[in-house]
Write a protein that binds this ligand. Structure first.
Ligand code: SF4
Length: 329
């Protein structure tokens, strides 16, 4: 395969075949990878402009009913302190963020049935009534009726990482979850009118380059409105504690290819890549990403939302996070 022709195709249409995706994922010289990243940066500039979108992340609960084998807040982990933010505190925080000029709140949680559909709808309704902010939800798999109620209450976007487009890999990482149901949820969310975010980890246990190609093909075919891509980082209290961390290089190739095949999707420079490499988020922004998500979870809760260890910005004051993030951009 000819790299010049591939780069040209990346910049012009992004309609890459599986062979072309695999070729790009297997690039190993620094110069060739830089060309792929440069193509993604050009696609980002042409389709999204130079603005970096800022999303205020609020982790409302670290309680989760699921057992995903890589996740530090999985249900069987008894070594963490579980918390739930009371609904009133969430709404008050949203009002403060609105006053600071933030335009989107991303409410994230483990799969926590404590928050009933009605409770969440009430929170959304109050935020929409009292602020100008767009509301993004990241609460995992829920019944269609919940998604519908939240959309009616004013929710704008829903993030549900697909985690692995390959059915066998998905099953190997998620012993108590169903691949078909995951995909079904993503389709329901789109049908209900949400802007839908998918995403995956890079370097997960058992994942090879063919699996990553499956993910890029999924992004190409599903065309999510957002895609979260970060490296796998092992957590000591999980069955995968000894598996090595995903690499910065492969994560950047995946960010770049996702930009190339989706053209205008919102792509966060994830905290995870910033956690394994000091300049990780800046590098992701140079490889096609265009969103940052500073963490506005109150400090007393934030330290307990440990999906993986040594997470960046876990103890900084939100005001410091905000100015640090703007400086980095
Ligand atoms: S990845 Fe999500 S659903 Fe799975 S255990 Fe962690 S918080 Fe729960």
């Amino acid at each position: 395969m000819n790299l010049d022709i591939l780069i040209q195709k990346c910049e012009s249409t992004g309609a890459l075949s599986r062979d072309e995706i695999l070729y790009a994922l297997n690039l190993d010289s620094k110069t060739d990878i830089a060309r792929l990243i440069g193509a993604a940066d050009a696609v980002r500039k042409a389709n999204c402009g130079d603005d970096v979108q800022i999303r205020a992340l609020v982790e409302i609960s670290n309680t989760c009913a699921r057992q995903c084998l890589y996740c530090g807040i999985r249900a069987p982990n008894t070594h963490i302190h579980r918390y739930r933010m009371p609904p009133d505190e969430i709404v008050e925080l949203a009002k403060e963020l609105d006053q600071k000029g933030l335009r989107t709140i991303v409410m994230q949680s483990g799969e926590d049935p404590y928050y009933t559909a009605e409770m969440v709808a009430d929170i959304i309704g109050k935020i929409k009534r009292d602020t100008q902010m767009a509301v993004t939800l990241c609460f995992g798999e829920r019944p269609e009726s919940d998604y519908r109620l939240w959309k009616q209450a004013g929710a704008d976007r829903y993030l549900l990482r697909h985690e692995a487009a390959n059915r066998e890999l998905y099953k190997a990482l998620h012993p108590d979850s169903d691949y078909g149901q995951r995909m079904h949820c993503l389709h329901i969310l789109r049908r209900l009118g949400y802007q839908v975010g998918a995403g995956c980890m890079i370097g997960a246990p058992g994942q090879g380059v063919e699996h990553l190609a499956d993910d890029i093909e999924y992004f190409r075919d599903f065309q999510p409105d957002m895609a979260g891509i970060g490296p796998y980082i092992p957590h000591p209290d999980t069955p995968f504690a000894d598996h090595p961390t995903g690499t910065v290089e492969m994560t950047l190739k995946m960010v770049a290819l996702t930009r190339i095949v989706t053209r205008n999707a919102l792509l966060p420079a994830t905290t995870a890549i910033g956690s394994i490499e000091e300049r990780g988020r800046e590098m992701a922004l140079e490889a096609g990403a265009d969103v940052v998500m500073p963490n506005y979870t109150p400090l007393k809760y934030r330290v307990h939302y440990e999906i993986y260890p040594n997470k960046r910005c876990i103890t900084e004051d939100p005001a410091h996070c905000d100015s640090c993030m703007r400086l980095r951009i």
